[in-house]
Design a protein around this ligand. Structure first.
Ligand code: DP6
Length: 339
C-alpha cells in the first residue's frame, strides 16, 4: 500500500478569475494573478492511499464520507491515472490500476468564499501525483478540479494563463515571483461570515457569462492591461500601483456580479464598511497603505506591508471589536513559499 499526506494553502487573487470559456475543462475567459498564503495558516490537508486490495475509490471530506461520482474529482483521477500509465513498464499491475482512498480536511470555513476548493483540489492533485508517480506540470490537472486551484500549487505570486488551446494544455499556472522577492508583503483575512455562500462561484460565473455585458468589457478591455501593469508592480515592488489595481479589480468583479441577472450579491454591509474604512485609512495616511479584495463572499482579504500591520489591526479592532458579530477574527498571514 502507498500512503501520502500533503498540505496546500489557499491563494487570494488580485486579478480575479470570473467566467469560463469551457465548462468541462474549466478554461477561463481571462488570466488571473494571486498570492499564495502561508501553509501554516489556512490550508487543506489530504491523505491519499492506494492499494491493489481496494475495490473502489472512496472519499472523506472533513470527516464525512462523500460520493466519488463527482465529475470534477473523476476528471482529476482519470487524468492522474492516464499520466501515471505513461510512466509505467507494467501496464497491467502497475499502481495506475489501483483504487485510491482519499481523506481531506480544511482548517478554515469551507465554501465561505475563502478559496477552500482551491486549497482542496491543489492538495488532492499534488498528493495523487506523488502517490501515482506523476511528474511534470500538474497545475492543468488541479485546474480541472477547481479553476483557482492551479494557482495554489506554487508559492509567492502566481499567474494562471488563460491559454488558447482547445484541450487546455496551455491553461496552466506559473510562478511570477517567489515569496522571498517581496518578503514584507502580508495578507490579513477578516472573517465577516463563515457561512456557506448562497451562490457557488461556478454557478455565479456561469450566470455572469450568460447575462453580464460588463463581463465582456472587463475581459476584453480591462484585465489584459491590469495583468501587465500588476506584474510590473510586483516585479518592481511598487505597492501603490499593486494596491490600486487590486482594489479596482475586486470592485469591478463585484460590479460584474451585480450586473449578472439575477444579481449575485456576495458582499454585505460589513464588507462595504471595511471598504470605506480602508479608503479613509489610506487618505488619512496620504498614501495607499492597504488594499482590500473580496472573493465570492463577504470576507475581506487585505494586502499590506509588514510594518503597517500593528497600526491597521488596532484600528480594525476599535471599529469592529472582535467580540461583536461584525468581524469574527483576524489572521496575519505572510505570503510564503508552499511547503
Ligand atoms: C472569485 O475556482 O472556485 O475566487 O473553477 O468553478 O471551481 P471553479 O471556480 P473557483 O472560482 C474562484 C473565483 C474567485 C476569483 C479567483 O480566485 O480568481
Amino acid at each position: 500500500m502507498n500512503i501520502i499526506t500533503c498540505v496546500a494553502p489557499v491563494n487570494i487573487a488580485v486579478i480575479k478569475y470570473w467566467g469560463k470559456r469551457d465548462e468541462k475543462l474549466l478554461l477561463p475567459l481571462n488570466d488571473s494573478i494571486s498570492a499564495t498564503l502561508s501553509v501554516q495558516q489556512m490550508h487543506a490537508k489530504t491523505t491519499v492511499m492506494a492499494s491493489p486490495g481496494f475495490k473502489e475509490d472512496k472519499l472523506w471530506l472533513n470527516g464525512k464520507e462523500e460520493t466519488v461520482h463527482n465529475q470534477r474529482l473523476q476528471n482529476c483521477l482519470q487524468e492522474i491515472r492516464r499520466r501515471a500509465k505513461q510512466n509505467e513498464d507494467d501496464k497491467v499491475n502497475g499502481v495506475s490500476n489501483w483504487y485510491a482512498h482519499i481523506c481531506s480536511e480544511n482548517n478554515f470555513p469551507t465554501a465561505a468564499g475563502l478559496a477552500s476548493s482551491a486549497a482542496g483540489y491543489a492538495c488532492l492533485v499534488y498528493a495523487l501525483a506523488q502517490l501515482y508517480n506523476v511528474t511534470g506540470d500538474i497545475s492543468g490537472i488541479a485546474r480541472q478540479g477547481s479553476g483557482s486551484a492551479c494557482r495554489s500549487l506554487y508559492g509567492g505570486f502566481v499567474r494562471w494563463h488563460q491559454g488558447s488551446a482547445c484541450d487546455g494544455s496551455d491553461s496552466i499556472a506559473t510562478q511570477l515571483a517567489p515569496h522571498s522577492h517581496w518578503p514584507e508583503m502580508r495578507i490579513l483575512v477578516l472573517v465577516v461570515s463563515d457561512k456557506r455562500k448562497k451562490v457557488s462561484s461556478s454557478s455565479g460565473m456561469q450566470n455572469s457569462v450568460k447575462t453580464s455585458e460588463l463581463l465582456k468589457y472587463r475581459v476584453s478591455h480591462c484585465v489584459p492591461k491590469r495583468t501587465e501593469a500588476i506584474i510590473k508592480a510586483i516585479i518592481s515592488k511598487d505597492f501603490d500601483t499593486f494596491a490600486d489595481i487590486t482594489m479596482k479589480d475586486s470592485n469591478q468583479f463585484h460590479a460584474v456580479c451585480l450586473d449578472t441577472f439575477p444579481p449575485n450579491v456576495y458582499m454585505n454591509d460589513t464588507s462595504h464598511a471595511i471598504v470605506n474604512l480602508i479608503h479613509a485609512y489610506n487618505s488619512a495616511s496620504g498614501k495607499t497603505k492597504v488594499a482590500y479584495t473580496f472573493d465570492a463572499g463577504p470576507n475581506a482579504c487585505l494586502y499590506l506591508l509588514e510594518h503597517e500591520v500593528p497600526k491597521l489591526v488596532s484600528v480594525i479592532c476599535q471599529i469592529f471589536p472582535p467580540e461583536n458579530e461584525g468581524v469574527q477574527y483576524l489572521q496575519g498571514i505572510p505570503v510564503e513559499k508552499q511547503a
